[in-house]
Design a binder for this molecule. Structure first.
Ligand SMILES: Nc1ncnc2c1ncn2[C@@H]1O[C@H](COP(=O)(O)OP(=O)(O)OP(=O)(O)O)[C@@H](O)[C@H]1O
Ligand SMILES: [Mg+2]
Length: 339
Protein backbone atom coordinates (compact mmCIF):
# COMPACT_ATOMS: atom_id res chain seq x y z
CA UNK A 1 0.00 0.00 0.00
CA UNK A 2 1.23 3.51 -0.83
CA UNK A 3 1.90 5.97 1.94
CA UNK A 4 -0.40 8.83 2.83
CA UNK A 5 1.48 11.91 4.02
CA UNK A 6 -0.33 14.81 5.72
CA UNK A 7 1.60 18.08 5.51
CA UNK A 8 0.25 20.10 8.37
CA UNK A 9 0.76 22.94 10.80
CA UNK A 10 -1.87 24.94 12.67
CA UNK A 11 -0.07 28.11 11.70
CA UNK A 12 -0.78 29.67 8.32
CA UNK A 13 1.70 30.96 5.77
CA UNK A 14 4.67 28.87 6.89
CA UNK A 15 5.35 26.96 3.64
CA UNK A 16 2.98 23.97 3.73
CA UNK A 17 1.72 24.38 0.17
CA UNK A 18 5.17 25.30 -1.16
CA UNK A 19 6.50 22.13 0.42
CA UNK A 20 3.68 19.97 -0.94
CA UNK A 21 4.18 21.30 -4.49
CA UNK A 22 7.94 20.92 -4.62
CA UNK A 23 8.14 17.69 -2.65
CA UNK A 24 5.52 16.05 -4.86
CA UNK A 25 7.01 17.43 -8.09
CA UNK A 26 10.42 16.11 -7.06
CA UNK A 27 9.02 12.68 -6.25
CA UNK A 28 7.19 12.63 -9.59
CA UNK A 29 10.38 13.60 -11.46
CA UNK A 30 12.10 10.74 -9.67
CA UNK A 31 9.52 8.31 -11.07
CA UNK A 32 7.05 7.91 -8.20
CA UNK A 33 3.32 8.10 -8.88
CA UNK A 34 1.98 10.86 -6.68
CA UNK A 35 -1.56 11.98 -5.86
CA UNK A 36 -2.09 15.36 -4.20
CA UNK A 37 -5.17 16.15 -2.14
CA UNK A 38 -5.95 19.74 -1.19
CA UNK A 39 -8.13 19.96 1.94
CA UNK A 40 -7.70 23.74 2.25
CA UNK A 41 -10.62 25.82 0.95
CA UNK A 42 -8.12 28.44 -0.26
CA UNK A 43 -7.39 26.02 -3.11
CA UNK A 44 -3.77 27.16 -3.38
CA UNK A 45 -2.44 23.86 -4.66
CA UNK A 46 -4.17 24.08 -8.05
CA UNK A 47 -3.01 27.67 -8.47
CA UNK A 48 0.56 26.85 -7.50
CA UNK A 49 0.63 24.06 -10.09
CA UNK A 50 -1.10 26.17 -12.75
CA UNK A 51 -4.02 23.76 -13.01
CA UNK A 52 -7.68 24.68 -13.49
CA UNK A 53 -9.58 21.67 -12.16
CA UNK A 54 -12.95 20.62 -13.52
CA UNK A 55 -14.03 18.91 -10.31
CA UNK A 56 -12.85 19.22 -6.72
CA UNK A 57 -12.75 17.43 -3.37
CA UNK A 58 -16.21 18.83 -2.62
CA UNK A 59 -17.64 16.53 -5.31
CA UNK A 60 -16.01 13.56 -3.57
CA UNK A 61 -16.91 14.37 0.02
CA UNK A 62 -20.40 15.80 -0.47
CA UNK A 63 -21.71 14.66 -3.85
CA UNK A 64 -20.39 11.10 -3.63
CA UNK A 65 -18.13 11.25 -6.70
CA UNK A 66 -15.10 8.98 -6.66
CA UNK A 67 -11.55 10.28 -6.34
CA UNK A 68 -10.86 8.85 -9.81
CA UNK A 69 -13.68 11.05 -11.21
CA UNK A 70 -12.19 14.19 -9.74
CA UNK A 71 -8.47 13.75 -10.40
CA UNK A 72 -6.72 16.30 -12.62
CA UNK A 73 -3.38 15.46 -14.15
CA UNK A 74 -0.95 18.24 -13.18
CA UNK A 75 2.35 16.86 -14.51
CA UNK A 76 3.69 13.47 -15.62
CA UNK A 77 3.27 11.13 -12.61
CA UNK A 78 1.54 13.89 -10.64
CA UNK A 79 -2.24 13.95 -10.12
CA UNK A 80 -4.29 16.38 -8.07
CA UNK A 81 -7.68 16.47 -6.39
CA UNK A 82 -8.06 20.21 -5.99
CA UNK A 83 -10.06 22.30 -3.55
CA UNK A 84 -11.89 25.59 -3.69
CA UNK A 85 -14.09 27.70 -1.44
CA UNK A 86 -16.92 25.15 -1.71
CA UNK A 87 -15.05 23.14 0.94
CA UNK A 88 -16.15 25.76 3.48
CA UNK A 89 -19.76 24.68 3.06
CA UNK A 90 -18.78 21.01 2.95
CA UNK A 91 -17.31 20.99 6.44
CA UNK A 92 -20.50 21.53 8.52
CA UNK A 93 -22.22 18.95 6.35
CA UNK A 94 -19.47 16.39 6.92
CA UNK A 95 -19.41 17.17 10.66
CA UNK A 96 -23.03 15.96 10.97
CA UNK A 97 -22.18 12.45 9.74
CA UNK A 98 -21.46 9.62 12.19
CA UNK A 99 -18.24 8.79 10.32
CA UNK A 100 -17.25 12.47 10.01
CA UNK A 101 -13.62 11.93 11.03
CA UNK A 102 -12.91 9.23 8.43
CA UNK A 103 -14.67 10.37 5.26
CA UNK A 104 -11.40 11.26 3.54
CA UNK A 105 -9.72 8.01 4.55
CA UNK A 106 -12.65 6.05 3.07
CA UNK A 107 -12.65 8.10 -0.12
CA UNK A 108 -8.92 7.47 -0.65
CA UNK A 109 -9.15 3.73 -0.10
CA UNK A 110 -10.06 2.72 -3.70
CA UNK A 111 -7.06 4.57 -5.25
CA UNK A 112 -4.50 4.02 -2.52
CA UNK A 113 -2.77 1.05 -4.11
CA UNK A 114 -2.40 2.89 -7.42
CA UNK A 115 -0.03 5.55 -6.10
CA UNK A 116 3.33 5.34 -4.39
CA UNK A 117 2.36 8.23 -2.20
CA UNK A 118 -0.65 10.43 -1.54
CA UNK A 119 0.23 13.85 -0.12
CA UNK A 120 -2.40 15.97 1.63
CA UNK A 121 -2.01 19.75 1.84
CA UNK A 122 -3.74 20.87 5.05
CA UNK A 123 -5.11 24.29 5.91
CA UNK A 124 -3.68 26.41 8.69
CA UNK A 125 -6.30 25.73 11.38
CA UNK A 126 -7.96 22.85 13.17
CA UNK A 127 -10.78 22.04 10.74
CA UNK A 128 -12.86 18.90 10.26
CA UNK A 129 -10.89 18.22 7.08
CA UNK A 130 -7.50 18.66 8.74
CA UNK A 131 -8.57 16.07 11.33
CA UNK A 132 -9.67 13.82 8.47
CA UNK A 133 -6.23 14.27 6.91
CA UNK A 134 -4.51 13.25 10.14
CA UNK A 135 -6.74 10.20 10.48
CA UNK A 136 -6.02 9.12 6.91
CA UNK A 137 -2.27 9.70 7.16
CA UNK A 138 0.36 7.02 7.60
CA UNK A 139 2.97 9.76 7.98
CA UNK A 140 2.86 13.37 9.11
CA UNK A 141 5.28 16.02 7.88
CA UNK A 142 5.31 19.28 9.81
CA UNK A 143 6.85 22.32 8.13
CA UNK A 144 7.59 25.16 10.52
CA UNK A 145 9.25 28.53 10.32
CA UNK A 146 12.11 29.02 12.76
CA UNK A 147 10.54 31.72 14.94
CA UNK A 148 9.57 31.78 18.64
CA UNK A 149 5.77 31.72 18.05
CA UNK A 150 6.06 28.96 15.46
CA UNK A 151 8.00 26.75 17.83
CA UNK A 152 5.43 27.26 20.60
CA UNK A 153 2.68 26.30 18.15
CA UNK A 154 4.72 23.29 17.10
CA UNK A 155 4.53 21.81 20.60
CA UNK A 156 0.73 22.12 20.56
CA UNK A 157 0.54 20.54 17.12
CA UNK A 158 2.75 17.59 18.06
CA UNK A 159 0.55 16.99 21.11
CA UNK A 160 -2.48 17.06 18.81
CA UNK A 161 -0.87 14.58 16.39
CA UNK A 162 -0.08 12.23 19.29
CA UNK A 163 -3.70 12.45 20.48
CA UNK A 164 -5.05 11.57 17.03
CA UNK A 165 -2.42 9.05 15.94
CA UNK A 166 -1.44 7.50 19.29
CA UNK A 167 1.82 7.60 21.19
CA UNK A 168 3.78 5.68 18.53
CA UNK A 169 3.03 8.68 16.39
CA UNK A 170 3.05 9.05 12.65
CA UNK A 171 5.13 12.20 12.99
CA UNK A 172 7.85 11.42 10.48
CA UNK A 173 9.66 14.73 10.14
CA UNK A 174 9.79 18.39 11.10
CA UNK A 175 10.88 20.65 8.24
CA UNK A 176 12.27 24.10 9.07
CA UNK A 177 11.18 26.48 6.30
CA UNK A 178 12.11 30.01 5.22
CA UNK A 179 15.33 29.56 7.16
CA UNK A 180 17.66 32.55 7.16
CA UNK A 181 21.09 31.72 8.57
CA UNK A 182 22.05 35.40 8.55
CA UNK A 183 19.96 35.98 11.65
CA UNK A 184 21.34 34.83 14.99
CA UNK A 185 17.82 34.02 16.18
CA UNK A 186 17.20 31.55 13.33
CA UNK A 187 20.50 29.77 13.96
CA UNK A 188 19.86 29.54 17.72
CA UNK A 189 16.25 28.40 17.31
CA UNK A 190 17.23 25.75 14.76
CA UNK A 191 19.78 24.42 17.22
CA UNK A 192 17.22 24.24 20.02
CA UNK A 193 14.74 22.57 17.65
CA UNK A 194 17.36 19.91 16.90
CA UNK A 195 18.21 19.54 20.58
CA UNK A 196 14.54 18.92 21.39
CA UNK A 197 13.40 16.78 18.46
CA UNK A 198 16.68 15.22 17.29
CA UNK A 199 16.61 13.34 13.98
CA UNK A 200 13.01 14.33 13.34
CA UNK A 201 14.32 17.74 12.26
CA UNK A 202 15.33 17.77 8.60
CA UNK A 203 17.76 20.10 6.84
CA UNK A 204 16.09 23.49 6.51
CA UNK A 205 14.56 24.98 3.39
CA UNK A 206 16.31 28.33 3.12
CA UNK A 207 14.46 31.54 2.44
CA UNK A 208 14.46 32.02 -1.33
CA UNK A 209 12.42 34.54 -3.26
CA UNK A 210 12.35 32.18 -6.27
CA UNK A 211 10.10 29.87 -4.23
CA UNK A 212 7.50 32.59 -3.77
CA UNK A 213 7.79 33.67 -7.41
CA UNK A 214 7.35 30.20 -8.87
CA UNK A 215 3.94 29.54 -7.31
CA UNK A 216 2.70 32.88 -8.62
CA UNK A 217 3.65 31.60 -12.11
CA UNK A 218 1.99 28.20 -11.59
CA UNK A 219 5.36 26.44 -11.81
CA UNK A 220 7.34 24.17 -9.57
CA UNK A 221 10.76 25.39 -8.47
CA UNK A 222 12.42 22.81 -10.77
CA UNK A 223 10.60 24.36 -13.73
CA UNK A 224 10.97 27.99 -12.68
CA UNK A 225 14.59 28.04 -11.52
CA UNK A 226 16.29 24.66 -11.17
CA UNK A 227 19.54 26.37 -10.16
CA UNK A 228 18.03 28.19 -7.21
CA UNK A 229 18.79 27.29 -3.61
CA UNK A 230 15.07 26.50 -3.25
CA UNK A 231 15.41 23.78 -5.92
CA UNK A 232 18.51 22.36 -4.24
CA UNK A 233 16.89 22.33 -0.79
CA UNK A 234 13.70 20.67 -2.01
CA UNK A 235 15.69 18.14 -4.06
CA UNK A 236 17.41 17.08 -0.87
CA UNK A 237 14.10 16.87 0.94
CA UNK A 238 12.76 14.59 -1.80
CA UNK A 239 15.70 12.26 -1.37
CA UNK A 240 15.59 12.26 2.38
CA UNK A 241 11.85 11.58 2.65
CA UNK A 242 11.98 8.90 -0.06
CA UNK A 243 14.42 7.03 2.17
CA UNK A 244 12.66 7.74 5.42
CA UNK A 245 9.20 6.75 4.18
CA UNK A 246 10.39 4.10 1.78
CA UNK A 247 8.67 5.69 -1.22
CA UNK A 248 9.38 3.74 -4.40
CA UNK A 249 7.44 3.30 -7.62
CA UNK A 250 3.81 2.23 -7.93
CA UNK A 251 2.88 -1.45 -8.27
CA UNK A 252 0.08 -0.54 -10.71
CA UNK A 253 -0.44 2.42 -13.01
CA UNK A 254 -2.23 5.46 -11.58
CA UNK A 255 -5.89 6.11 -12.28
CA UNK A 256 -6.48 7.56 -15.73
CA UNK A 257 -6.67 11.23 -14.88
CA UNK A 258 -8.90 13.69 -16.64
CA UNK A 259 -6.76 16.19 -18.52
CA UNK A 260 -6.76 19.53 -16.74
CA UNK A 261 -6.47 22.88 -18.44
CA UNK A 262 -3.02 24.29 -17.75
CA UNK A 263 -2.53 28.01 -17.14
CA UNK A 264 -0.03 28.52 -18.62
CA UNK A 265 0.99 25.23 -20.32
CA UNK A 266 3.72 23.47 -18.32
CA UNK A 267 7.09 24.74 -19.49
CA UNK A 268 10.03 22.53 -20.36
CA UNK A 269 13.11 22.85 -18.22
CA UNK A 270 16.15 23.57 -20.42
CA UNK A 271 18.37 20.54 -20.81
CA UNK A 272 21.53 22.56 -20.45
CA UNK A 273 21.12 25.07 -17.65
CA UNK A 274 23.51 28.03 -17.60
CA UNK A 275 26.84 27.52 -15.82
CA UNK A 276 26.57 27.49 -12.06
CA UNK A 277 28.43 30.01 -9.92
CA UNK A 278 31.96 29.26 -8.74
CA UNK A 279 32.60 27.10 -5.70
CA UNK A 280 32.38 28.52 -2.19
CA UNK A 281 34.17 26.95 0.79
CA UNK A 282 32.27 24.80 3.32
CA UNK A 283 31.28 26.46 6.58
CA UNK A 284 30.56 25.10 10.08
CA UNK A 285 27.19 23.52 10.98
CA UNK A 286 25.84 26.55 12.81
CA UNK A 287 25.79 28.70 9.67
CA UNK A 288 23.96 28.27 6.37
CA UNK A 289 25.01 25.03 4.65
CA UNK A 290 27.22 25.85 1.68
CA UNK A 291 26.56 24.79 -1.88
CA UNK A 292 29.77 23.98 -3.74
CA UNK A 293 29.60 23.52 -7.49
CA UNK A 294 31.95 22.48 -10.26
CA UNK A 295 32.86 19.62 -12.58
CA UNK A 296 34.41 16.61 -10.90
CA UNK A 297 33.49 17.63 -7.36
CA UNK A 298 31.07 14.68 -7.03
CA UNK A 299 33.83 12.12 -7.35
CA UNK A 300 34.49 11.64 -3.65
CA UNK A 301 31.82 9.80 -1.64
CA UNK A 302 32.81 11.04 1.82
CA UNK A 303 32.38 14.44 3.38
CA UNK A 304 35.58 16.50 2.98
CA UNK A 305 34.86 18.13 6.36
CA UNK A 306 34.15 15.23 8.68
CA UNK A 307 34.72 12.12 6.54
CA UNK A 308 31.25 10.66 7.00
CA UNK A 309 29.14 9.26 4.13
CA UNK A 310 27.46 11.88 1.94
CA UNK A 311 23.72 11.74 1.21
CA UNK A 312 22.86 12.14 -2.48
CA UNK A 313 19.97 13.45 -4.56
CA UNK A 314 19.45 13.96 -8.29
CA UNK A 315 16.60 16.27 -9.21
CA UNK A 316 15.99 18.77 -11.97
CA UNK A 317 19.36 18.28 -13.63
CA UNK A 318 21.48 18.50 -10.49
CA UNK A 319 23.30 16.01 -8.36
CA UNK A 320 23.41 17.20 -4.80
CA UNK A 321 25.59 15.73 -2.08
CA UNK A 322 24.98 16.54 1.54
CA UNK A 323 26.50 15.62 4.89
CA UNK A 324 23.97 14.92 7.61
CA UNK A 325 26.56 15.43 10.30
CA UNK A 326 28.26 18.76 9.56
CA UNK A 327 25.76 20.06 6.95
CA UNK A 328 28.39 20.33 4.20
CA UNK A 329 26.62 20.56 0.84
CA UNK A 330 27.63 20.69 -2.81
CA UNK A 331 25.90 20.45 -6.18
CA UNK A 332 26.87 19.53 -9.74
CA UNK A 333 25.10 19.53 -13.06
CA UNK A 334 24.07 15.96 -13.86
CA UNK A 335 25.30 14.81 -17.26
CA UNK A 336 22.65 15.32 -19.94
CA UNK A 337 20.37 17.42 -17.69
CA UNK A 338 16.98 16.42 -16.41
CA UNK A 339 14.80 13.76 -18.03
N1 LIG B 1 11.52 29.11 1.55
C1 LIG B 1 10.77 30.16 1.19
N2 LIG B 1 11.35 31.34 0.90
C2 LIG B 1 10.62 32.42 0.56
N3 LIG B 1 9.27 32.44 0.46
C3 LIG B 1 8.62 31.28 0.73
C4 LIG B 1 9.33 30.08 1.10
N4 LIG B 1 8.41 29.12 1.32
C5 LIG B 1 7.21 29.66 1.08
N5 LIG B 1 7.32 30.95 0.73
C6 LIG B 1 6.24 31.91 0.41
O1 LIG B 1 5.55 32.18 1.64
C7 LIG B 1 4.15 32.31 1.41
C8 LIG B 1 3.39 31.27 2.24
O2 LIG B 1 3.78 29.98 1.78
P1 LIG B 1 2.71 28.81 1.62
O3 LIG B 1 1.50 29.27 0.85
O4 LIG B 1 3.43 27.64 1.12
O5 LIG B 1 2.31 28.63 3.14
P2 LIG B 1 1.11 27.77 3.77
O6 LIG B 1 1.59 27.30 5.08
O7 LIG B 1 0.63 26.76 2.80
O8 LIG B 1 0.00 28.89 3.96
P3 LIG B 1 -1.57 28.65 4.30
O9 LIG B 1 -1.62 28.25 5.74
O10 LIG B 1 -2.19 30.00 4.04
O11 LIG B 1 -2.08 27.58 3.39
C9 LIG B 1 3.94 32.11 -0.08
O12 LIG B 1 3.92 33.37 -0.70
C10 LIG B 1 5.18 31.34 -0.51
O13 LIG B 1 5.49 31.56 -1.87
MG1 LIG C 1 -1.30 26.40 2.00
Amino acid sequence: MGRIVAVTNLKGGIGKTTTVVNLSAGLALRGSHVLLIDVDAQGNLAMALGVEPRRTLYDVLVDGATIADCVSNARPNLDLVAANESLLTAQPEIARRPDWARVLEKALQPVRSRYDVIIIDCGGSLTVLNLNALNAATDVLVPTTVEPFSLKGLEMLIEQIRRVKGSQGALRAILPTMYDARTRQSVDLLESLRARYGDLVLSPIRVNVRLSECSAHGKTIYEYDPRSRGAVDYALLVERLSERMNIGTAPTSPVPARPARQIPPPPRIPRDPAPVPPASPPRPASVEPPVVTGAGSMLTSNCPNCGRDLQRATVAGYRVAYCDHCKYRRQDLAAGGRR
